[in-house]
Write a protein that binds this ligand. Structure first.
Ligand SMILES: [Zn+2]
Length: 247
């Protein structure tokens, strides 16, 4: 690592639980963020500023005026641009040492395995159940850890999952795929800073999985309430009949 990198990351390298080895692990790591809306726009900023070596960003959408209230990676000059283009430009300005690979596409059955097989860890920041189920299934098939997050109104949740392991749940063990339901910001609204809280935890989890500065739990869901400013954890169990990860 160059002197400039040691200086740039000195505040986390100085942490006794972290050190230079962890910084090197971040540099060698490769992650994908699917969905560059509110969650992805914030987690990507922290993962690039922290020095994750290679970050894939996947999104099909353009920046709109109504995004700017919470998707703080973008500004007024980005309206009408592809989110992946605007994001790549900004993330390169944050940290030129990090490689940003932009994929202008929706995650679909056709491309998901190819995208996920390239990386060490997957961050789901999409806003609908169809995408979450698709990403979860591919993570189980490709044996990749998944950090799934969702927000609506004043509430947020984060699940860190390794559903491919024998006793650990996948996303569908927790939220069975019964079709229909589609909670997203367009329908329900969301308070501006809420995704900041949730995406910051998602990025912290990602750095934790890469560096192991503290062991991660793969059988709990973190729930945050922006009304009570309260965070709690719910234990999760594997569903042995789960169509994705069960027998
Ligand atoms: Zn499952």
């Amino acid at each position: 690592m160059k002197d400039q990198e040691l200086l740039r990351y000195s505040r986390q390298i100085n942490l006794p639980e972290f050190g230079i080895e962890s910084q090197q692990k971040l540099k060698n790591a490769s992650v994908v963020i699917i969905g560059m809306g509110a969650l992805g726009s914030i987690s990507s900023m922290y993962l690039s500023s922290a020095g994750v070596g290679r970050i894939f960003i996947v999104d099909f959408d353009e920046v709109e005026l109504s995004n700017l209230q919470r998707q703080v990676l973008y500004d007024e000059s980005d309206i009408g641009k592809l989110k992946v283009d605007a994001a790549k430009e900004k993330l390169n300005l944050i940290n030129a040492n990090v490689e940003i690979v932009s994929i202008h596409d929706k995650a679909t059955r056709k491309n998901i395995n190819e995208i996920i097989s390239e990386v060490d860890i997957v961050l789901d920041g999409t806003d609908n159940f169809d995408s979450r189920f698709l990403i979860n299934k591919s993570c189980v098939q490709n044996k990749k850890p998944l950090i799934s997050a969702a927000i609506t109104a004043f509430e947020g949740q984060i699940l860190t999952l390794k559903g491919y392991e024998r006793n650990l749940p996948c996303y569908e063990c927790v939220f069975p795929n019964i079709g229909e339901e589609n909670n997203n910001c367009v329908d329900n609204g969301v308070l501006a800073p809420l995704p900041g809280v949730i995406a910051s935890i998602q990025a912290t989890m990602c750095i934790k999985l890469i560096t192991n500065f503290s062991p991660a739990a793969f059988n709990e869901m973190i729930l945050f309430s922006g009304k009570e400013i309260d965070m709690r954890k719910v234990k999760l169990k594997k569903d042995t009949d789960c169509p994705v990860c069960g027998k």
